[in-house]
Design a protein around this ligand. Structure first.
Ligand code: 5GP
Ligand code: ZN
Length: 121
């Protein structure tokens, strides 16, 4: 199936600038932006710059960009990951409605998990 941008896909519209988004980072293969309904402050979505509904549909060169970008953004978030009482993060990627995927354009969620104290600062 084609991985050209899809006219009726909400994340393709974001890629084309037809729907506004808060851009965090961008490479040749991916676009990263803030989730509109964040689970935590700094909840980021990383998407390939091609239309593919599920992970197994994404061409390898696009797929290969997603985790290095996730790693870069984790570092940019400056979470206190390495201390025992420090913060953490979740990396989630849902495929299929039964697995809680509601936008049919592959996306990686990067969700900071901060301590309560950090959250109040
Ligand atoms: P899913 O459940 O499909 O893995 O997650 C889809 C995510 O996309 C949700 O966290 C939702 O808040 C986010 N989302 C849906 N529509 C938009 C939008 O138009 N803009 C942004 N920035 N995020 C969106
Ligand atoms: Zn799309």
């Amino acid at each position: 199936s084609s991985t050209a941008l899809n006219a009726s896909c909400i994340f393709c519209k974001i890629l084309k600038g037809e729907i506004p988004s808060f851009k965090v980072y961008e490479t040749k293969y991916s676009y990263s932006f803030l989730d509109i309904e964040p689970t935590a402050e700094g909840h980021i979505l990383i998407i390939p710059k091609c239309h593919a509904a599920k992970l197994h549909n994404v061409p390898d060169e696009y797929l290969a960009d997603l985790l290095p970008v996730t790693k870069k953004l984790v570092k940019a978030l400056n979470l206190d990951i390495d201390s025992p009482e420090g913060a953490g993060y979740n990396v989630l990627q849902n495929n299929g409605r039964i697995a809680h995927q509601y936008v049919d354009h592959v996306h990686v969620h990067l969700i900071p998990k901060r301590t309560v104290q950090e959250g109040l600062e």
